[in-house]
Design a protein around this ligand. Structure first.
Ligand code: SF4
Ligand code: SF4
Ligand code: SF4
Length: 584
């Protein structure tokens, strides 16, 4: 059991765990100490100096320390709001502002910027107190997925720590020294030139508007206003449990019905569910796995739904390209389905159909432009928006989201299963695939649908299941650092599996780089991934059909159009290929 110490915070006595920092101790007793650079277990560097508090220990006089890295000790007295503390924080903010562009009126993060909030909280009324030289940086918009505006960077290094520690990639960092310090890439290359995997984890880590997704809202509005285009939308499984946060709902609120209603009011000709394509992915992928097992194909087979992971594999571990499932991701399968089957059924030229996706992921913006993603000769998907962009689009259209009624997805591409819903959480694709593969392998109806060993937010999960005569060994990894550990074990001959699910972001899509940005005060102390995932598992349990191969629409589209699962026509539409990419 953890030993405690007794401390005083603002004169009140508390007992707190001995290994806590002052920041953690204060938070546990309901006192918020402001932070900017601190991200728990990722960036604990005490650099920004916003979290200054006064402490008195033993006979030593009171002094200022950084609460985020300063450990508690027996009898310590902590003062979080003295005039000296407030003056220190105000001066720090004024110094940060001296090199900041302060264009809040036009900033994408205005309203949820951690710097802006602190300036308001601390009553900064002279943003130019320390005005002097400042460097004007060019905005880097060269990457498909994100923009970097160093004029809004406060050098907190939350982005580079996330890229290096969570993703084990490290393609961004602090360049130069002193006044010239700025966040950049090696040799000052542009973001579009480096081996960045487009995951967007740096964006959700950033407290300001210095990093943001490439905004495509105007493009979507232009398509919606064009009468020659049939514009349809599909939303990824996780969006229903995250979009609500952008409208003030608690983390984990399922807003599926209101999301559908909002999309309909935006003017989309069809409001569809990517979950249908997730079911499609499962039947194609389970079939591919069975073929590989039966015919001595390359194993382990590794999922290919996460474009961040796929890009990582292509840049950094190309030796695993033959292991990647050739199935397109659900986003791309949806686009292919829309521009072949749906176009045929509706009698619309695929070139006149515009497919808009709402995704938890910035790497989806890169994915839409990949080779081999054009089943009908035109791109499968035209625009991939993030959850945040959809929220801004809804705001721009003046739709009062929380007052909308609940509505249902449209036919014929809106029908899905519980198996598809859980795609949004780490382990979900594996569980969905097992529900189908086990039934197909044994020929018996699967009664117990929960594969709980592959659930949970741990970075690496392993399990083995007896299926008929076969001992099926599976593994699940989320975040690139965990994926790398798992794949390194395989390379070293320390582990063997039949099937592996890899998601590029920690916790899977519920925690993707396109999801609502929560401030560090929430991220540091709330299990965002676990709460959002629990909402998906609750929806799975509530649905009447929970196995992908039992989705009536899936059965129908093969009968009416594609023929056999894994057959020639399905292969042409729903499978793709991968390429080795430069690492430097
Ligand atoms: S980053 Fe924050 S403080 Fe800076 S311009 Fe944007 S909203 Fe304003
Ligand atoms: S998008 Fe991902 S890989 Fe690229 S810089 Fe950001 S964290 Fe690193
Ligand atoms: S880009 Fe954002 S996260 Fe990175 S150092 Fe600048 S302000 Fe911090």
């Amino acid at each position: 059991m953890m030993e405690n110490v007794n401390i005083f915070i603002n004169g009140v006595s508390y007992s707190v765990p001995k290994n806590f920092t002052v920041l953690e101790a204060a938070r546990q007793v309901g006192i918020e100490i402001p932070t900017l650079c601190y991200l728990k277990e990722i960036n604990e560097i005490g650099a920004c100096r916003i979290c200054m508090v006064e402490v008195a220990e033993g006979p030593r006089p009171k002094r200022l320390v950084t609460a985020c890295v300063y450990p508690v000790s027996e009898g310590m007295q902590v003062f979080t709001n003295t005039p000296k503390v407030i003056a220190s924080r105000r001066t720090t903010l004024e110094l940060i502002l001296s090199t900041h562009d302060k264009k809040c009126l036009t900033c994408v993060r205005s309203g949820d910027c951690e710097l802006q909030k602190l300036c308001k909280d601390y009553g900064i009324d002279d943003a130019n107190r320390f005005a002097g030289d400042r460097t004007e940086y060019d905005v880097d918009a060269t990457a498909a997925h994100m923009v970097r505006d160093n004029n809004k960077c406060i050098l907190c290094r939350r982005c580079s720590a996330t890229c290096a520690k969570i993703q084990d990639i490290g393609v961004i960092g602090a360049n130069d020294r002193g006044f010239a310090t700025h966040i950049g890439c090696a040799f000052e290359k542009d973001l579009g030139e480096i081996a960045c995997i487009s995951c967007g984890q740096c964006i959700v880590a950033c407290p300001t508007g210095a990093l943001y997704e490439k905004d495509q809202i105007d493009e979507v509005m232009d398509y919606l206003a064009d009468p020659s285009k049939h514009v349809i939308v599909n939303t990824a499984p996780s969006i229903r449990v995250t979009l609500g946060e952008c409208f003030g709902n608690p983390v984990g609120t399922n807003v599926k019905g209101k999301m559908v209603a909002a999309l309909r009011r935006l003017g989309f000709a069809g409001v569809f569910d990517t979950d249908l394509a997730a079911d499609l992915t499962i039947v194609e992928e389970a079939n591919e796995l069975l073929q590989r097992v039966k015919n001595g194909g390359v194993l382990p087979m590794i999922t290919s739904c996460s474009p961040g992971w796929v890009k990582y594999c292509e840049h950094y571990m190309p030796e695993f390209i033959p292991n990647l499932s050739t199935c397109k991701s659900p986003q791309q399968m949806f686009g292919a389905l829309a521009k072949t089957y749906y176009a045929d059924k509706m009698g619309i030229d695929p070139a006149d159909i515009i497919v808009v996706s709402v995704m938890p992921c910035t790497a989806k913006k890169f994915e839409v432009g990949r080779d081999g993603e054009a089943a009908a000769g035109v791109p499968d998907v035209d625009v991939a928006l993030t959850t945040r962009e959809l929220a801004r689009l809804i705001d721009r259209a003046g739709i009062r989201f929380n007052e909308l009624p609940d509505e249902e997805f449209d036919a014929p591409l809106g029908e899905s299963t519980g198996a598809a819903v859980i795609f949004g959480a780490t382990g979900g694709v594996m569980e969905a695939a097992l529900r189908t593969a086990v039934e197909w392998l044994t020929g018996d109806e699967l009664k117990a649908l929960e594969f709980t060993d592959v659930r949970g937010i741990e970075g690496i999960k392993e399990a083995s299941y007896k299926v008929g005569d076969l001992e099926v060994k599976v593994a699940v990894a989320s975040s690139i650092s965990c994926a790398k550990k798992l794949l390194t074990k395989i390379k070293n001959g320390e582990a063997t599996y039949h099937f592996i699910e890899i998601m590029g972001c920690p916790g899977g899509c519920v925690n993707g780089g396109g999801q609502p940005v929560q401030p560090a005060s929430v991220r540091n102390f709330t299990d965002l991934r676990g709460i959002r995932a629990a909402a998906l598992y609750a929806e799975d349990e509530s649905l009447p059909i929970r196995k992908s191969h039992e989705n009536p629409t899936i059965k129908k589209i093969y009968e009416e159009y594609y023929g056999e699962i894994g057959g020639h026509k399905a292969h042409e539409a729903f499978h793709t290929h991968y390429v080795e990419r430069n690492r430097f």
